[in-house]
Design a protein around this ligand. Structure first.
Ligand code: SF4
Length: 336
C-alpha cells in the first residue's frame, strides 16, 4: 500500500515551486501540448495557459442540480441565470493531494517547469483581456490555488487595474487542506479578498467520513477533521462569499447512510445552513483516471456514491423546509 501523503510537508514543497512572492508570480499550467489538452472540447486559449470551461447546472438523475458558479456569478453580474455558463479557467500547477478521480494529469500538479510558467496576475489578465471571445467569469482552479493564496488578491488587483473589476466575476477552488490564507497573506490582503464584491470561493470536502476522505485523496485520514476546522474558520473570520462541494466516492459500503447523516451534522456544526450552500459532485472516470489505471475498488467507490447521494437527498429533505431548499444558493445566509 502506498504511504499516505505527508500533507504539511508536501504542501510547503509544492508552494515553494508554485509561487515567487517577491516577483508576484504564480506557476500556471501550460495546457498546450499537455495530455489534458486532448480532453478539451475547445483548444487552449490565452497563449496556451487557459481554457474555456462550460459549467452546466444539469446533472445526472438523482443528483441535485449544480448551481455553482452559475447562479452566484449571474447574480453578481446582473444577468439571467443561464443553463450553461462559460468561464475562463487558469490552473495553478501544484497540488498537495492526489485524488484518484482528479481530471488533471498528475504531472500537471507537481510544479514541473517544463509544463508550466511563472506568470504575474497582470500577465494573466492581459492574456484574458486580449481574447476576442472572453467569458465574464474567471475561474482560478488547480491544482490547489490555496497553496498560493496570494493568487486571488493579485488577480483582484490586476482586474481592478485593467478596469475589469465590475464586469468580471472571479471564482476560485480550495481543497480545504491548509491555513495558508492566514499564514501567508497580510491582514490587508485578507481584507482585500473579503471585501472584493465579485468573488466567490468554493471549498471541497473530499469524502463523507475520514475513511472515504483518505481513500479519495491519498492523504492522512485525520485531515478530514481539518477540512471542517478550516471551513469553520473561513465562515467565522472572513466575509468571503463561500460555497462547498462534496464528493461521496468511498471504498467502504458499510454504514454509508449513518456516515452521511454525521457528515451533514458536521456541516451544520460549522453553520446550520451550510448544507444548503453545499453541492455534491458525482465522480465520473475521466480519461486521466483510466490512464492512471482504474481498479475494481474505484468502480465500487463510484457505486457507493449513488447510495451516499440518496442518503444526502433524504437528509436535506428532512432537515430543511421546502422554502429553504428552493432558495437560490447565493441567498442562503451563513452566520456573519
Ligand atoms: S485536490 Fe483537486 S487538483 Fe488536487 S488532486 Fe484532488 S481533485 Fe486534483
Amino acid at each position: 500500500m502506498t504511504p499516505a501523503i505527508d500533507t504539511d510537508r508536501f504542501s510547503e514543497m509544492m508552494r515553494a515551486r508554485g509561487v515567487d512572492r517577491q516577483a508576484q508570480q504564480v506557476r500556471v499550467t501550460r495546457l498546450t501540448g499537455s495530455d489534458q489538452e486532448q480532453d478539451l472540447s475547445t483548444p487552449a486559449n490565452c497563449e496556451g495557459f487557459g481554457r474555456v470551461r462550460h459549467f452546466r447546472r444539469q446533472t445526472s438523475e438523482s443528483w441535485p442540480s449544480n448551481p455553482l458558479p452559475v447562479v452566484p456569478a449571474a447574480r453578481t453580474l446582473g444577468i439571467e441565470v443561464p443553463d450553461t455558463l462559460e468561464a475562463q479557467v487558469f490552473q495553478n500547477a501544484v497540488c498537495n493531494w492526489r485524488c484518484w478521480y482528479c481530471f488533471v494529469d498528475f504531472p500537471l500538479l507537481s510544479g514541473r517547469e517544463d509544463l508550466s510558467s511563472l506568470l504575474t496576475a497582470d500577465e494573466l489578465v492581459g492574456l484574458y483581456a486580449a481574447e476576442a471571445q472572453r467569458p465574464a467569469v474567471i475561474d482560478l482552479s488547480g491544482g490547489q490555488p490555496d497553496l498560493v493564496p496570494e493568487w486571488v488578491p493579485w488577480m483582484m488587483k490586476a482586474l481592478r487595474d485593467a478596469g475589469l473589476a465590475d464586469s468580471v466575476y472571479l471564482w476560485s477552488d480550495d481543497n480545504l487542506s491548509n491555513d495558508y490564507f492566514w499564514r501567508y497573506l497580510s491582514e490587508d490582503e485578507q481584507a482585500a479578498v473579503s471585501e472584493y464584491r465579485r468573488y466567490g470561493k468554493v471549498c471541497c470536502f473530499k469524502g463523507f467520513d475520514a475513511e472515504s476522505f483518505a481513500f479519495n485523496t491519498s492523504a492522512q485520514p485525520e485531515l478530514f477533521d481539518r477540512q471542517f476546522a478550516l471551513m469553520d474558520r473561513l465562515v467565522r473570520d472572513t466575509d468571503i462569499d463561500l460555497y462547498a462541494y462534496a464528493t461521496f466516492s468511498s471504498a467502504n459500503d458499510v454504514g454509508v447512510e449513518d456516515a452521511v447523516a454525521t457528515f451533514v451534522d458536521r456541516l451544520q456544526e460549522v453553520d446550520a445552513a451550510l448544507p444548503l450552500r453545499t453541492v455534491p459532485l458525482e465522480i465520473a472516470a475521466f480519461s486521466p483516471v483510466h490512464t492512471r489505471g482504474i481498479t475494481d475498488e474505484h468502480r465500487r467507490a463510484m457505486e457507493v456514491q449513488q447510495r451516499a447521494i440518496a442518503a444526502w437527498n433524504s437528509q436535506i429533505e428532512s432537515r430543511f423546509a421546502q422554502a429553504d431548499r428552493a432558495q437560490a444558493i447565493c441567498d442562503v445566509r451563513l452566520r456573519r
